[in-house]
Design a protein around this ligand. Structure first.
Ligand SMILES: [Zn+2]
Length: 218
């Protein structure tokens, strides 16, 4: 959708007149009218205000000229996945799992420069993969070959302890390195790791009836 149509649609959906929108973003009613006829587009400061007001990215306001991809994990990002700065504005460079409240959330990203950048990160991944394969030396199970960056809320499974108590070990707001292996014996093996621990679990399709296999501090 073009900018003019996007603005019109967002404005009317919010039940605002051109006048009311103009007031909220400190421009004249004529300016709003010119955006909606396609004569002009808002300047960058106004786009920021509109983005916050309508809760959509600047990319969306501009008619989605680029596909947003998180610079940390490489995941394509929709407006609902975009990270925010502490002042509430979108940060369209990162997804909400890799960056939140003005900080990188994944331990590895936070220590990215400290650990030596991309090359060193690959080394860390290889090291984790080796450790995992040593732990997971089980017949009928393929080897771990790569680790992906995964949002905590996707991998934070709830385990039921023998006494019936339910527990979670991860943080929904953090990101982790992980992978899934399909075994010959009907269950999936899930792996989650970061600099501090390795977690191996098994579960049925769709993450049902998860069981913790190994939780190991590094
Ligand atoms: Zn990300």
């Amino acid at each position: 959708m073009e900018t003019k149509d996007t603005i019109y649609e967002l404005r009317t959906k919010k039940g605002l007149s051109q006048e009311e929108l103009a007031e909220k973003v400190f421009v004249t009613r004529q300016a709003v009218s010119r955006w909606e006829t396609g004569e002009t587009i808002p300047n960058i400061d106004t786009l920021k205000l509109l983005s916050k007001l309508f809760d959509v990215s600047i990319n969306t306001l501009l008619g989605s000229p680029r596909e947003l991809v998180c610079r940390c994990c490489g995941m394509p990002i929709e407006d609902c996945d975009i990270s925010r700065e502490t002042d509430g504005y979108f940060n369209e460079e990162y997804c909400q799992w890799c960056y939140a409240d003005g900080e990188y959330t994944l331990d590895i990203w936070r220590r990215y420069a400290e650990i030596g950048g991309k090359e060193k990160l690959e080394e860390i991944k290889c090291q984790l993969i080796d450790e995992l394969n040593t732990l997971l030396h089980i017949e009928g199970l393929p080897k771990v070959e790569k680790l992906n960056v995964l949002p905590g809320e996707f991998v934070n499974l709830e385990y039921t302890l023998p006494n019936g108590e339910k527990v979670k070990f991860l943080d929904d707001k953090q990101t982790y390195l992980g992978s899934q292996l399909e075994s010959d014996f009907g269950v999936c093996i899930g792996i989650v790791a970061n600099m501090d621990f390795l977690l191996i679990c098994s579960y049925e399709e769709n993450g049902e009836t998860p069981e913790l296999v190994i939780y190991k501090k590094r």
